[in-house]
Design a protein around this ligand. Structure first.
Ligand code: NI
Length: 204
């Protein structure tokens, strides 16, 4: 009996020690190996205050879009292929959402404010979607917006070409921003409208 009594506490101690070690291992794994869940879902810091002018010449800030999801794409109206493809994809994705599509505003921000005046944008965006918003501004305003969205752009001018004969190099990413103006998801310009609509639905 004495022996048994003596073994019991030691077995209990072994169990306690085992549980303690397991807890420490799990905590250490979560701390050092697994990234905290909050960091994963927050994603990169994309977006921020913008101050631009829409296709009707009306000043626009991010506050004008609060309460709506926004699909944002930076490009320029003279773009030969990638921009039209991206904007068609955005428009198709919104139409695929049916009635829910009304919760999403498609926004096109030019990286070529020199040529993309409000008038030029108005003509252009209406080809893609009746609710598409076209934004332009001064070069400084456009630069600030591009920086907020981590979009790169640069004017590429061929030697000997006319001053207004140039193309714009630019990042081609479609961003989905939430009703609170924060980043939700991004899509490559060649993501299909079905894939984008499906992803948006997950947030609605
Ligand atoms: Ni383009």
């Amino acid at each position: 009996m004495r022996k048994r009594r003596g073994r019991r506490p030691s077995r209990l101690a072994a169990i306690v020690a085992g549980v303690a070690i397991a807890v420490v291992v799990v905590l250490a794994w979560r701390h050092y190996l697994a990234p905290p869940a909050a960091t994963v879902s927050r994603g990169p810091t994309i977006g921020g205050p913008i101050s631009l002018v829409d296709q009707d010449g009306k000043p626009v800030t991010g506050a004008d879009f609060r309460g709506h999801f926004v699909l944002v794409y930076f490009g320029y109206t003279f773009c030969p292929d990638v921009c039209p493809t991206s904007l068609s994809t955005m428009a198709d994705a919104i139409d695929l959402l049916g009635e829910d599509g009304k919760k999403v505003i498609p926004v096109f921000i030019t990286v070529d404010p020199e040529r993309d005046t409000p008038e030029q944008l108005k003509m252009y965006v209406s080809h893609f979607h009746p609710r598409m918003v076209g934004l332009t501004g001064t070069l400084e305003q456009v630069k600030a917006a591009a920086k907020a969205y981590r979009v790169y752009f640069a004017k590429v001018h061929e030697d000997g070409a006319d001053a207004d004969d140039y193309v714009m190099d630019h990042t081609s990413i479609i961003y989905l921003m939430g009703p609170d103006g924060t980043f939700r998801a991004h899509f490559s310009y060649d993501a299909g409208p079905e894939a984008i609509a499906k992803r948006i639905r997950e947030f609605l």
